[in-house]
Design a protein around this ligand. Sequence first.
Ligand SMILES: NC(=O)c1ccc[n+]([C@@H]2O[C@H](COP(=O)([O-])OP(=O)(O)OC[C@H]3O[C@@H](n4cnc5c(N)ncnc54)[C@H](OP(=O)(O)O)[C@@H]3O)[C@@H](O)[C@H]2O)c1
Length: 255
Amino acid sequence: MPRVLLLGGTTEASRLAQALADAQVDAIFSYAGRTESPLLQPLPVRVGGFGGVDGLRAWLQAQHISHVVDATHPFAVQMSCNAVAACAATGIPLLALERPAWQAQAGDHWQQVPDMESAVGALPDAAVRVFLAIGRQHLAPFLAQPQHWFLLRLVDASLELPPERGHIVLARGPFTEAGDTALLQQHRITHVVAKNSGGSGAEAKLSAARALGLPVILIDRPAIPLRPTVARVDEVLQWITGHHGNTGVATARGV
Ligand SMILES: NC(=O)c1ccc[n+]([C@@H]2O[C@H](COP(=O)([O-])OP(=O)(O)OC[C@H]3O[C@@H](n4cnc5c(N)ncnc54)[C@H](OP(=O)(O)O)[C@@H]3O)[C@@H](O)[C@H]2O)c1
């Protein structure tokens, strides 16, 4: 019988957790433990890092895991690399559930950049009002630019900004184009900075920027080694239950 480790922290992971629970698949859901109030899951949940590749390898063996599904965020590169290495070392099959990246449409004013550092460099020298939609981990190099004003949207109240430097909105997606358009207008935003996360829940800010004709600095996904990847929950279920032998196209991002 399969016993699955589901590496979570995304909408797709929560959808897969529900599908696994509905199919009565023996599975454990893993959170990194970054947020104060993570969504409840219909599966047994563990929280916190495994302790690098060695820790993950030992955990997989101790828990008799037969399948690993990496449904972490496309920017959770360390966890994804660790999963590739630990699965290779143990021989446990790995499948990534990954949403396709966003593609520019007519009317978009995107500047695509390879990393955070380039995104900081892509902002104008003159003072601008930025919707900085990158989560909370990489804010420091942006906030070190004293001339700019920043609108942040976070899940937890884990940070404070003086009003002359910016404003923090506490919210959890999915977001709507109408809501994000109003947000950008209310704060007189001139530039949007975002990660190319893909998916529908966070796309609204890009639609809003398009509607308002605003420039977007879009950060490319980081490189991850070769691993089989699918985009849909039902493909993961087929892989686990063994009805289709060759699920997943082996892909590597940028390596
Ligand atoms: N990065 C983003 O933009 C983003 C956005 C939305 C949600 N998330 C979610 O937030 C979590 C952390 O993201 P991150 O970018 O900080 O990851 P990361 O940099 O790739 O991971 C750093 C370390 O955190 C631990 N970790 C990460 N995901 C884990 C998981 N699902 N279960 C157990 N341990 C985990 C691992 O610690 P050990 O080495 O000790 O095992 C990993 O080496 C992920 O689960 C991701 O899906 C991330």
